[in-house]
Design a protein around this ligand. Structure first.
Ligand SMILES: NC(=O)c1ccc[n+]([C@@H]2O[C@H](COP(=O)([O-])OP(=O)(O)OC[C@H]3O[C@@H](n4cnc5c(N)ncnc54)[C@H](O)[C@@H]3O)[C@@H](O)[C@H]2O)c1
Length: 319
């Protein structure tokens, strides 16, 4: 298959490129190297894929409809995996307009070009943050998502709604995957595990927002990729599917694991909970098991071990 991956240079996108290429697909990656984190990190993410002759990287911005048009004029895709986004909850509160432009207008530009070019299959990266502060755990896809607590979450709900709309009007199939906190090699540097492990090694102070009782369903990158790859292969019409590990761990226990696995003493401080941060995430993954044969295998202990081992073999990331 010829597959477009937007956001190809990012954490999830770069792993997906490698896996889809390994499986014999032709992949076009589209990314604007958004400065949210360093360009060199993203170039490094793609260093294996760029050596593959079935891979082409195009630098461009999904907000720019002319660039997106050119992309679709020059290539014909069977499937689009739309990962490009401004990610992260807290910065979306600082700059909601930027998040809306990329995550909503950018998604609309992709859908419009799919419509114009008669491309019928989309996999869209949504997020567990759409569940807001619901206490009804584990989260099921049928739950109400009318109460987002950050602009980021609101843009992801908007993206899902646009996907539904294009399915309804133009029969573009869309599998909207709600990812639950993804981690592993190449994790975005501002995310909890990457940040805590680095601070543990550097002996820097780790800020804990709240009393450490907030919980996350951390999902290892290989498990996420398994769910995305199957989604590219199956036409399910329109579906929203949770992709998590379906295990949840509180922040204090996570820090305990990092202390044990790095062998470093952690310096910590407790700060108030941040606006936009949810108290708990926990995925019900029955639907993913049923529709995607999804079977996550990596415990958070094993996943952090893998992350640390990757970090040790990539010392430039630590510096
Ligand atoms: N990592 C997680 O825990 C997680 C959880 C839920 C949802 N998601 C979603 O998964 C997707 C990938 O996340 P990630 O963690 O790999 O993030 P990432 O920031 O590493 O990757 C996103 C990529 O999109 C690119 N991008 C941003 N704006 C763009 C634009 N205007 N035009 C073209 N490219 C643009 C960035 O340069 C980056 O390479 C995002 O949609 C994110 O919202 C991630």
């Amino acid at each position: 298959m010829k597959i477009l991956i937007t956001g190809a240079a990012g954490f999830i996108g770069s792993h997906l490129c490698e896996k889809l290429l390994e499986d014999g697909n032709t992949v076009v990656g589209f990314d604007n190297f958004d400065p949210f984190y360093e360009r060199t990190v993203k170039e490094n993410n793609l260093k294996t894929s760029v050596l593959n002759e079935s891979f082409k990287l195009i630098e461009g911005d999904i907000r720019d409809s002319e660039s997106v048009k050119k992309l679709f004029d020059e290539h014909s895709f069977e499937v689009v995996v739309h990962l490009a986004a401004k990610a992260g909850v807290r910065p979306s509160i600082e700059d909601p307009t930027a998040y809306n432009k990329v995550n909503v207008l950018g998604t609309l530009n992709i859908l419009e070009m799919m419509k114009k070019n008669d491309i019928k299959r989309l996999v869209f990266a949504s997020s567990s943050s759409v569940y807001g502060n619901s206490t009804d755990v584990p989260y099921k896809e049928t739950m109400n998502v009318n109460n987002p607590i950050s602009p980021y979450a609101a843009t992801k709900i908007a993206g899902e709604l646009l996907c539904y709309n294009y399915w309804h009007l133009y029969k573009i199939s869309a599998t909207c995957l709600r990812f639950f906190t993804v981690y592993g090699p190449r994790q975005r540097p501002e995310m909890a595990i990457a940040k805590f492990v680095k601070k543990a090694y550097d002996g820097n102070l780790i800020s804990i927002y709240g009393d450490g009782s907030s919980c996350r369903d951390f999902t290892y990158i290989e498990d996420i990729i398994q769910g995305v790859v199957v989604s590219t292969e199956r036409d399910l019409g329109f579906e929203i599917i949770n992709i998590g590990e379906s295990e949840t761990i509180d922040l204090n226990s996570l820090l305990g694991l990092i202390k044990e696995l790095t062998g470093c003493d952690l310096k910590t401080e407790n700060l108030p909970m941040q606006p936009g941060d949810v108290d708990k995430t926990f995925a019900n993954i029955d639907k993913a098991k049923r529709l995607l044969d999804y079977a996550p295998v990596t415990s958070v202990r094993e996943g952090i071990k893998q992350y640390i081992s990757w970090l040790r073999s990539n010392p430039e990331i630590r510096s």
